[in-house]
Design a protein around this ligand. Sequence first.
Ligand SMILES: O=C(O)[C@H](O)[C@@H](O)[C@H](O)[C@H](O)COP(=O)(O)O
Length: 247
Amino acid sequence: MARATAAGLVTAVVEAQAARGDARLVLTGGRNGNALLAALTRAPGRDGVDWSRVELWWGDERFLPDGDPDRNHTQAREAFLDAVPLDPARVHPMPASDGPHGDDAAAAAAAYAAELAAAADAAGGGEGGAPRVPVFDVLLLGLGPDTHVASLFPGHPAVREEARTVTGVLEAPKPPPTRISLTLPAIRSAREVWLLAAGEDKAEAAAGALAAQDPFETPAAGARGRERTLWILDEAAAARLPAAARG
Ligand SMILES: O=C(O)[C@H](O)[C@@H](O)[C@H](O)[C@H](O)COP(=O)(O)O
């Protein structure tokens, strides 16, 4: 699944660069997200990408000291970031808990929102009323077994955040408890949202998220792209889908 998704992502990046010069991706943490990044370093078309014109953002981050092995940024660096010639100025990790904002997740989230807004302005600004983030070409999300995406967990107030593009998340059920996450409006501003789920422990979540309406109880149900929402499931994760939905 990771290899197939990596090939598709290379194609999406090449198409975005052909159309607009740059490609903007939002990375996700977790096993599936990191497996995709590792597969990307081995993708056949990898060298067809101008990595210096790929801009990377994160959908969420564990709010830990810089370099902590549990940080999504640390894991992404080990899996991918150091393997391709990215422009460091275009790689935007979320703040660490030992950075300028100390252990204040809300302040760190506000700083990342400001960084996104500045990038949106520099790229010509969002449409009126749209969240002030750059237009992401592909926003990647892993799917939690409880249907969380990024660090938006079922029933958590962060799921309901509509005004901000980035929020601090306290008392998250998936350790570590303190996180930073894009909010649903920021996620939904992406051209495409790709949700990744492999393994039978995701089968119920995938079926539930595809059937649900209320993102508050089923955050993945709110993760829709403006132009396309792609569910990338292996056989085990698709096992509970209606036969017609299995493609
Ligand atoms: O910080 C995180 O933990 C991730 O961003 C999280 O949203 C992850 O993508 C899902 O929990 C799925 O994780 P797995 O792919 O490991 O099941």
